[in-house]
Design a protein around this ligand. Structure first.
Ligand code: DAH
Length: 361
């Protein structure tokens, strides 16, 4: 083939390559040029005939053309790929500026709201949030908290046992309180400890003030010189912030918990007046949480030296606090998933609790 003819062929093929408008047709063109029976391959094969000098010249010319066609193919391929990618990006684009579906506003459940409020108040005092498993072993739920196997407090807990066939001290239970997270936190780290533990708890009990699943918030503060005065100050402040009553009367009544010594139940002042109930000043008291100085035996069980460290713990029922603060009379309604109830008792997601509002003003 003459050099001129070769040049015309090259020009033609370059045009064909550049005219390809998708990857698939470009690939067909590639095969028709470089494939086994492609134009360039056939020309290469035809070189075997003819004299040596002519073959050499022709071979060089063909190689040049082949190279330039290959470059053109590569260039067109990457052009087409980026066009296809851009088309896909345009087609698959999600417009995140679209407004949400026109649904009615959702509401925050009073339990979530109450837990958020409790965390906020203790958070302002420097407590951090810890968590633990809902399925506990007997040791963390009872024994380490100074409730040994034969202790009467075990019966009071109406425990759900998960592995009844195991020996008593190896049973798994649905945790009956959040107190085992005290144990886990102390065993996992070193004092000082200043934490609260919101979470689900379980007891085999069901009526208008008890549910088999309910929520508690536990608190633990262990340091070197923490004493009963700190416990009282901390919990009085909490009660007043939570109920948003600056002069709310708070009373500490001696009590008994195996994991604290001494122990105290905390009551707040309230009024029962011809069927009407109000929190605040008045002649009556309402129990709202349990507390005490952590029993040295519990510290020892967690590897904390009671001659060096001491502190207090407390535990409160979230449903009870929510019922008192928001006037909800039946605990079972919390879990009925009745939207009319939620619309009435729920909170706006953007609601700012009063104590925060005051703090930022
Ligand atoms: N764990 C107790 C319960 O479920 C509540 C409690 C009382 C927790 C006193 C404490 C505490 O940490 O000090 O009834």
């Amino acid at each position: 083939m003459s050099t001129e003819k070769l040049e015309t062929l090259e020009a033609e093929l370059l045009q064909t390559i550049n005219a390809a408008n998708d990857i698939k047709s470009l690939d067909t063109i590639r095969l028709s040029i470089f494939g086994k029976k492609g134009k360039i391959s056939l020309l290469m094969k035809s070189l075997s005939a003819g004299d040596l000098e002519a073959k050499k010249k022709m071979g060089q010319a063909l190689n040049k053309i082949k190279h330039s066609l290959q470059l053109a193919h590569q260039r067109r391929e990457s052009e087409l790929k980026s066009i296809e990618l851009n088309n896909r990006l345009l087609k698959e684009r999600i417009d995140i500026t679209l407004p949400v579906r026109p649904e009615k506003n959702g509401f925050v459940h009073p339990i979530s709201q109450t837990i958020d409020e409790i965390i906020t108040i203790f958070g302002q005092m420097g407590f951090t949030v810890a968590e633990g498993p809902d399925i506990e072993d007997d040791w963390h739920n009872f024994t380490a908290l100074n409730i040994p196997l034969d202790h009467p407090a075990r019966q009071e807990h109406d425990t759900f046992y998960l592995s009844p066939s195991r020996p008593d001290d190896e049973r798994m239970v649905l945790r009956t309180h959040t107190s085992p997270v005290q144990i886990r936190s102390m065993k996992n780290s070193k004092p000082p400890f200043k934490l609260i533990v919101p979470g689900r708890t379980y007891r085999c009990d069901h009526d208008s003030t008890h549910s088999p699943m309910f929520h508690q918030v536990e608190g633990l503060l262990i340091d070197k010189t923490t004493h009963m005065g700190h416990l009282k100050g901390c919990l009085i402040d909490f009660c007043r912030e939570f109920f948003e009553i600056d002069d709310l009367p708070v009373r500490f009544r001696p009590s008994y918990f195996p994991f604290t010594e001494p122990s105290a139940e905390v009551d707040i002042g309230c009024t029962y007046n011809s069927g009407e109930f109000r929190i605040g000043r008045g002649g009556n008291w309402m129990e709202i949480l349990g507390s005490g100085m952590v029993n040295p035996k519990v510290l020892e069980n967690c590897g904390v030296d009671p001659s060096q460290h001491q502190g207090f713990a407390f535990g409160m029922g979230v449903e009870r606090l929510a019922m008192l603060k928001y006037g909800i009379s039946d605990l079972r309604t919390f879990y009925e998933s009745d939207l009319r109830w939620l619309r009435h008792y729920g909170f706006s997601a953007l609601n700012i609790p009063t104590f925060i509002r005051e703090a930022v003003q």
